[in-house]
Design a protein around this ligand. Structure first.
Ligand code: HEC
Ligand code: HEC
Length: 371
């Protein structure tokens, strides 16, 4: 009897549509993106956190692969999200999940721009961009052109500058010179105009396309804030990186301290817990805790809200697991960033500190302070 039940259960597992599992996998994988892009893929103002929710699935996949292959350069993202270990399925799942997130109904995620001349930007857009990015700004699949509406203006501005300075290839065409003749003010005006297109999408635009293998949009589609990621797993509250093979605790420490100094983070304390206990003949796996702080950032955060002081100073622990493997870990500041709607200047600071701490961890994990 038991055998029959097991057999039936296995059959069921095999014959269940793998569809829903894929989005579940996507949601799971998104936890490693949430650190920088926000729990809902909403991004933040500032150039370091583009919005990725609601982007077309194909574009998200292409972008991730572009970073892995070095066509777009942001090694910290590849490393932190472990993109090199993604299977095709993983790329597909996380992109499908993110592309199914619709933030348009939630006013708190509205894009705003406080700078630039919207009318000037509109003129340029109408003449030079709409052919590929569409008149509503939501992109054209036939041109592989992504939506620009709904994206954070600072990221758009920085990206256009990157195109102009040939740091990134625009329109998948190395010869593209769309941006070479514009002035800085044009980029500012374009970004200002694009910010006004947020939430005006035409439903036939491709940003609305359902993931191709999703069960149905009604079931899975327009996820709203309250259904999204909850902290259910203690591991989700931390970010971890294993030390690369051959990197000793001393090497990792040296690299972290060098990196911290380079980017203006002060090491304010270090507790060598296992070493301390060893002197009393108590053994335990390696554990040491580093504390970093940038006084000016601390000032800004605390003046915005004293609750942030409880997160300070930022900690990175170096810890050995039961298999003797060494890890660097820190609190996932994303929870803090998403904990409430912060004023822009504080979100930017929180994201920057988050990135700096990740930089320090990445240096430690690699055992060298330059990548
Ligand atoms: C360490 C922070 C970090 C992590 C973790 C991270 N990203 Fe990113 N991501 C960035 C930054 C910063 C950029 C913009 C870089 C640039 O200017 O090209 C970016 C860009 C992107 C883009 C391109 C956006 C666009 O509009 O072209 C996509 C798509 C993306 N990330 C997806 C992901 C996914 C999916 C994950 C998780 C599997 C992830 N990222 C994890 C920081 C991160
Ligand atoms: C010939 C078609 C074409 C034209 C014209 C065009 N674009 Fe693009 N654009 C693209 C494509 C394709 C991509 C995606 C490239 C990639 O996958 O990296 C893109 C990407 C971008 C991005 C990056 C989006 C992101 O999320 O990272 C920005 C910003 C952008 N274009 C702005 C503009 C502006 C502003 C204009 C007009 C001045 C313009 N484009 C004109 C095809 C075009």
């Amino acid at each position: 009897m038991l055998k029959r039940i097991i057999a039936a259960a296995c059959l069921l597992a095999v014959s269940l549509p793998t569809l829903s599992a894929n989005l579940a996998n996507g949601q799971e994988l998104n936890k490693s993106c949430a650190l920088c892009h926000g729990a809902h893929g909403q991004g933040a103002s500032g150039k370091l956190s583009p919005r990725i929710a609601g982007l077309p699935k194909e574009y998200i996949i292409k972008a991730m692969k572009d970073y892995v292959e070095g066509h777009r350069v942001y090694p910290l993202m590849v490393r932190t999200a472990q993109l090199e270990k993604f299977t095709e399925r993983d790329f597909d799942d996380v992109a499908a999940y993110l592309s199914s997130l619709d933030l348009s109904s939630d006013g708190r995620f509205n894009i705003q721009s406080s700078f630039g001349d919207v009318d000037e930007g509109k003129d340029i857009y109408r003449s030079d961009c709409k052919n590929c990015h569409n008149s509503d700004g939501y992109g054209k699949p036939s041109k592989e052109a992504p939506p620009l509406a709904g994206q954070h203006p600072e990221y758009l501005y920085t990206t256009m500058r990157n195109f102009a300075e040939q740091q990134r290839v625009h329109a998948n065409d190395k010869e593209d010179d769309t941006f070479s003749d514009y002035k800085d003010q044009d980029f500012i005006n374009l970004a200002a105009y694009l910010a006004t297109l947020d939430d005006n999408r035409v439903i036939k635009g491709y940003a609305f396309q359902a993931p191709t293998y999703a069960p149905s949009l009604a079931e899975f589609g327009s996820r709203k804030l309250n259904e999204s990621i909850q902290i259910t797993d203690i591991k989700q509250t931390v970010v971890r990186m294993a030390l690369d093979a051959g990197v000793t605790t001393e090497k990792a420490e040296e690299a972290m301290l060098a990196k911290a100094e380079e980017i203006g983070l002060k090491k304010v304390a270090q507790q060598k817990v296992s070493q301390f206990l060893a002197r009393q003949d108590v053994t335990m796996p390696h554990l040491s805790i580093f504390q970093f702080c940038n006084p000016l950032d601390a000032r800004l955060m605390v003046m915005a809200d004293p609750v942030f002081s409880s997160y300070m100073p930022c900690r990175i622990s170096m810890v050995e697991d039961a298999d003797g493997k060494l890890w660097l870990m820190m609190l996932n500041l994303d929870m803090l960033i998403n904990s409430k709607l912060l004023p822009n200047e504080v979100v930017e600071t929180a994201i920057r500190v988050n990135q700096q701490m990740l930089d320090v961890m990445a240096a430690g994990a690699a055992g060298k302070s330059s990548s």
